[in-house]
Write a protein that binds this ligand. Structure first.
Ligand code: ZN
Length: 218
């Protein structure tokens, strides 16, 4: 069974706070816009129970922290359907503990339900500063042919997903590829990088390769 998008099921200590300055989210917002154009982030009444899907985040510090806990800014919950976001649609996750299923967030909106998975990726390596979670049936269905590492079939945004991300990082070629698929989350793909370009272009280049495979099948 696959788990649908849009159900917030973790403990969130949420504190309303003013939005970040527009300059601090402009790169994030530009990449998100491109992902929406490519339908890698969005909302469709016929898909995923009609919930918004996909989200993008950016770590706010470049400090190497031994505990791997880094504040990051992420799109708010259920923003997938909006073509244009403003600073009021972004929130800062100030503490993220995927293994305990809780996080703390501050901002004008509650964080996306995928924030725990983003936090689990940031905890892998202090060099990871950008994470993109998209929905791509093309990449997801061709994951094996593309050599995309896949998690076991566990629900997204859970301690089990965080453990699967750590396992893939240790056991697969995820550290070289910067992409993985979520077997228990229909069409769910995650890419990451030190820069927005690394995370964003990894997603786009795998999509292009997947489209070529789909074409050959037709
Ligand atoms: Zn998703």
């Amino acid at each position: 069974m696959t788990i649908q998008e849009g159900v917030v099921k973790y403990q969130c200590e949420y504190t309303p706070a003013p939005a970040l300055p527009a300059a601090q989210i402009s790169e994030l917002n530009a990449w998100r816009k491109l992902m929406v154009l490519a339908r890698l982030i969005g909302q469709n009444p016929d898909l995923y129970g009609g919930y918004g899907y996909g989200n993008i985040s950016h770590r706010l510090d470049t400090i190497v922290r031994a505990d791997g806990r880094h504040p990051f800014v992420i799109t708010g919950t259920q923003t997938g359907g909006k073509a244009e976001l403003t600073p009021d649609d972004y929130v800062v996750v100030t503490a993220c503990h995927p293994e305990e299923n809780w996080l703390a967030a501050q901002g004008p909106v509650k964080p996306s339900s995928e924030a725990l998975t983003h936090g689990a990726v940031y905890a892998l390596d202090s060099q990871i500063l950008w994470v993109v979670h998209a929905h791509s049936p093309e990449i997801w269905h061709n994951a094996e042919a593309l050599g995309v590492p896949m998690t076991a079939n566990v629900p997204y945004g859970t301690p089990e997903m965080a453990a699967e991300v750590r396992r893939l990082y240790a056991e697969s070629d995820l550290p070289q590829k910067h992409i993985f698929g979520m077997a228990g989350h229909e069409d769910g793909i995650v890419t990451y990088g030190h820069t927005a370009e690394e995370a964003g272009f990894t997603m786009l280049s795998y999509l292009v390769r997947a489209l070529q495979i789909s074409e050959r099948k037709n």
